[in-house]
Ligand binder design. Sequence first.
Ligand code: ADP
Length: 499
Amino acid sequence: MLKQLLNHLNPFVNLGKKDYKIFFPLLFMVAYTVILETYAYGIAKNPQIVGLPAIILNLVFIVYFSLRNGLKSGFIATGITILYYVYIVYTRHYQGQRLTSSINTIVALGFVYLIISTVIGWLKQRIDSLISKEMEARIHAEESRARLESIIDQLPVGVIITDREGRLDIANKHADLITGMKVPGFTLGKPETYSLRNDNTNIATEHGKPIKDGDWPLVQAFSTGKPVEKYISLKRKDGRKFYLQLTASIIRSKNKEFIAAAEIINDVTQQKEIEDRKDDFINMASHELKTPLTSAKIFLGSLKLHLKNQGDEKGQQFLEKTDKQITKLTNLVKELLDVTSINQGRLKLNQESFSIGEIVKEIVEDLQPTTPQKLQIKSSTDQKVTGDKEKIMQVLANFITNAIKYSPPEKNIILNTKKEGTNVVVSVQDFGIGISKQQQEKVFGRFYQAHQTEESTYPGIGLGLFIAAEIIRLHKGKIWVKSTEGKGSTFFFSLPIES
Ligand code: ADP
């Protein structure tokens, strides 16, 4: 109770509240004046008693109310005080010199009180508005953060956000749910506190190995400063496998300052299982197709011989066309089988040593009769590489058949083989339709086709370059393209030279 009263009387109780009620100051000042007058006249019976002490007390109250309740209250305290002084002068019946000096005193005091109450009241209200603005901004910031947190928390993907030091800022429900653990913070520079450490988790890699800190894209994004996307397959303690798509990125402010890092975690187990089933189906169907196709090819060979012996020219022409279609179909089945082996990590290499210049020559000899474009070997090298000769030939054949497919018959196709440092670089250049800048990165993706795919224009299913990229990756080489739309493309691959 006393505490409440003291708190109510505290002159700073309303600081920052913009609460300028006048009831309390008005009541207090009237009561104080009445008490003072009653005391002077009724109790002390000495009107002179209302002198300097009253003036000082009035000043204190004016300061107090200006400070406590702002300008209006300060003016009320001043007004009541001055009115009381006027009342005293007229009820005490001063005359002549005394009256003039009293009126002068009232005017002077009134002026001083007014200045004091104005200055203090104005300062108080100014401070109030600064404090309340600051508070409003803080409340607004807190509300925005709470809003953002609940949005992030309810996103159907896992989100981890850290500050620029790598300390955990926000991790939503899904991040915990997907990883099956409470996601603690990363602290870069202190590897012992890296959060997603194995001892903190109940997950491991698919093969049961502990997950290394460097496996997490967030850590990789921190060290490279670039966005990182990764698929990882993991196993929970209960043996259940799950697949995550992780995308991490450094977040910069508008003026490019590094302010945070974020990782999005997507549980793609279901999609992966569907893809696996699809791959199994394609694999099985392709195997089933391969056998009859091989037999058909053999029968066609026998039929060809038979027709030749009979001198049936027309029949031979039809047979030639059928043979071409069967070859196309065989290649397609082969591509599908390759893709499923890649997806299931089963693409194996038969390592041997061979000259890259030789295989370029070999393929050109094979393909030249099938095309009107001139295949021109501009430079060649007899550098040797170790790898799967057949698969490297497959990459080269894909480059050349694409160059044939996507360039006009009257243009040449140029092949170069060069030594560059510790690598050998092979390139196939055409002067055809080219590929736009945006599509150049994508052409190595699965089933990606940059141009319209009507069977009659550019047949294919967008797998050749995907397979080529995987073959080159397995050989620890590089694959890339330079192209200008409408002018032509050059496809490159490089392989380490045999040491
Ligand atoms: P496809 O069987 O469709 O040719 P690829 O994987 O070999 O599949 O090529 C993917 C896509 O890249 C093609 O569909 C085509 O749009 C583009 N492409 C490949 N090579 C060339 C080239 N030499 N010139 C222009 N576009 C090309």
